[in-house]
Design a protein around this ligand. Sequence first.
Ligand code: NAI
Length: 644
Amino acid sequence: MKHWQIERDENALVWATLDRAGESTNALSAEVLAEFRELLDQLDQAPPKGLIIRSGKAAGFIAGADIQEFTQLDSAEKGRALIARGWDLFNRLAAVAYPTLALVRGHCLGGGLELSLACRYLLAVDEPGTKFGLPEVMLGIFPGWGGMLRLPQRIGPAAALDLMLTGKTLDAKRAKRMGLADEAVPPRVMTAAARLLVQSGQPRRKLPLLQRLLNGPLKSVVANGARKQVAKKARPEHYPAPYAIIDLWAKHQGNALAAPEVLDRIINSATARNLVRVFFLQERLKGFGKASDFKALRVHVIGAGTMGGDIAAWCVLRGMTVSLQDQNLERIAPALQRAHALFTRRLREPLRVREAFDRLIPDASGDGVAHADVVIEAIFENVAAKHALFRALEPRMKPDAVLATNTSSLRLEELRGVLQRPERLVGIHFFNPVAMMPLVEVVAAEGADPAMVQAACAFVRQIDKLPLPVKSTPGFLVNAVLAPYMLAAMRAVDAGVTPEAVDEAMLAFGMPMGPIELVDTVGLDIALAAGQQLAGGVEPPQCLLALVEKQQLGKKSGQGFYRWADGKPQKVDASGTALAKVGAGRTAIPDGLAESLVKPLIERTAKLVADGVVADAELADAGVIFGTGFAPFTGGPLKYLSDR
Ligand code: NAI
């Protein structure tokens, strides 16, 4: 066999090790599954005492199906055949007479988890990389190889739907606690533990009675609750897959082949095609981090404000040691508080929270500069202040350290003039809020040192963000495309459309937040300044000027286009009563409003590609999706344009 290594040991246990040829991670391609079928044929002839399935890759267990094969489905028959391939094979695995065990170390996702669920036992290796999940929904499809059948049987339907509808993952300890894994053991004993467990004869843990009822006669209770949850986040016309998952589980025992019309509709949907495309775009962005071996251990951040404080905390969360500098300790304190809250939320265990907090060093005198591999400047948006800082920084820095600015609007060409080695300055432009936004623009000014730009991309990957290389022009990509869109939205308000109607139109289009609420969130003064810089000298919208005049600056001042309470805009409908929830759709929306608002964004994106600010249309689509949340099911602004 090309992809599987088979050993029969002295106890008549068969160890099947998946080591997919020519790839660094395991995926369940057609070939890999065909070989696995052959293996089951062989074992039918000479049944072992037990079968243990494990991975030969350092990277993890199995990442899922081969998504490349998914892009080659051009007919309904092929789609059904792909589902049948895994569904039938894993049913066969689940039915063999000898005990089977999946020994899972590292990621176990999608088809990999479905294979594991078809084994009698699941042994999780407890280490940081081990995670279990069924993320198919994020590609606009469903776990069709038995996941929708077996995960609810294993951990109960509510927990299973939660995993399948969000795509989130579980670590080894939680997998054990929820009953997904039979055991969670440290790496050094995993082989012995697998051998013992597969021969143990131990029965599978049975679901508690209530869970069995919910997975049987009371299915509709769970299904109705799940539909309500999904409806809060995704409209069925944009994202049909989560609704299909609930129906396939509730009405067809998770067997998509029993509902061919659902299967065909989902597998061939434009949403699935576009989300798969977005997945590959994301892989392309990740690839920018691989051009350099640069690895940062220590980071120094200057400016502990909104951005600097959160950037420092994020880098700590990703394992680095970070010194955080500001004018004095009082200015650093709020950032430390926010960091502690972030660590507590993300790491949960007190020991890990403390370890993280120990790696965040308040550093008013800037001693950390001398040891840092990356220095990030995030002080006031002021050229003179940044010049003074750079002059002082450069002589103290390690010669090969990356020097980066987080500036949104200043020209790198102007900022770097004071440096001995101006070519070393790069832009590493984060978005607010740092912990939430996946994209980071890596800005190269004319004549920038390519090694520094590549090192900056590698650093961005190291902290699990997506680097997008852009040229140094006003607004780079993301802010430059947002500006004309927000301007158009405010022009509509000037023309008499209510802010609620404008926002509702764009939510219905598929944006994560309406543009008027976005202006309120960013701050009206900032929006005005950015507009003046990025809108090419056009007259600012009347509504914006009037509110700024009254110092109604949006969320931060409690009043902007909306009144803000408890961090939420208080939206009202035409009759003046508060809307029950955002997007309740009761405001009058003029025909074609969304199209007309999104048009300037699309046109600006195309222009930036033509001008070479971003290298090609694919990367522009990726940047706008991951930087603004632009409706992912459309595949991005330029894909949307070409589809129309
Ligand atoms: P901020 O005003 O919240 O924080 C700036 C911090 O820098 C303050 O704590 C200040 O005391 C400190 N600082 C000023 N001069 C200093 C010096 N010489 N040495 C040490 N500390 C000094 O500003 P914010 O919003 O965090 O912005 C920082 C940078 O990030 C700016 O260049 C801005 O354009 C950029 N940016 C801001 C975004 C945002 O949404 N706020 C988004 C992306 C980039």
